[in-house]
Design a protein around this ligand. Sequence first.
Ligand code: PLP
Length: 373
Amino acid sequence: MDDQLARLNRLPLRDDLRGQHPYGAPQLDVPIQLNVNENTHGVPEEVQEAIVDAVRSVASGLNRYPDREFTQLRTALAEYLGHGLVPEQLWAANGSNEVLQQILQAFGGPGRSALGFPPTYSMYPLLAAGTGTAYLKGVRADDFELTAGSAARQVRDLAPNVVFLCSPNNPTGTALGLDVVEAVYEAGEASQAVVIVDEAYAEFAHADTESALALLPGRTRLVVTRTMSKAFALAGARLGYLAAAPEVVDALRLVRLPYHLSAITQATALAALRHRESLMAEVEEIKHQRDRIVKELERMGLEPASSDSNFVFFSGLEDPQRIWKGLLDAGVIVRDVGIPGSLRVTAGTAYETTAFLTRLEELLAAEGRLPVA
Ligand SMILES: Cc1ncc(COP(=O)(O)O)c(C=O)c1O
């Protein structure tokens, strides 16, 4: 990596990109992959078939550019989200990462700033760097909570142009109350901050957790981002989207590349939306495995955070690196997010979750923390 950095530095690279590291979650060939919060339950066969049929039906027209406005997809997404949304309020791109990048291209950029509240999604600072936006690091309480009062005060003090609220938060998994979103929006009035609520994991939330979609009416600077990478098991297809005021969508048209959403992506997303029943059944099973992980980790004397997502962040480890390596040696990869005493694990299938829990318990027992199972 150092050699690579030295080589990069000999290039006429933008000064603000020097010394930056690319996104780099390990992509290892490991049997049980619980490290990047993918949907571990795979694409149901019925959905696979619908996608193949949909892609076949557009294949003969691939000599033409796709529908630049992806009207059919925006209509289907508006219908899926409900909340009285209309297609003019929907926008999509190649993953919510690209949606977030477009928001920064339009509302951030040189001389402007974006505020995030670490620990949070690791791409926010990278997207800020790529668009020449200054990234401001807000603070959370010691238990990673973010209250309405604290968040609003920081927004007033720092006067950012863009605010990232990740709910449920990655890597901690906990959702924000809508009071936080409301308070941040109000506090952002002075700097006219665009407030992004990143709801990548919304479908995994507990029944009483509300979506910020409910707050969209009357709030022109509020943007709610979603993705089909998680609940819809389509991380490989790359389809992220947002709901916001129609004028926000108009602003994004100024920065998107022409025809950025391929006909294949549009057809794939539409097919998955049409077959969402079987996908949502899998979501319920993933939530069950997540709740099982939380319960089992508590039993082992660890401290799992409350999770509204498809992953669990847990603390109370003496040596997380050793546990990470011990799990990897047994063919299970989880994520070390660099927070002392902690790791993050994605909810797997019943088999994968059992393998993770069993190996973890053995490793803790070897440390003398648990009676041997
Ligand atoms: C909080 C959060 N937002 C956005 C994304 C990006 O997802 P995608 O670009 O696949 O839609 C992720 C991916 O892990 C995430 O954790």
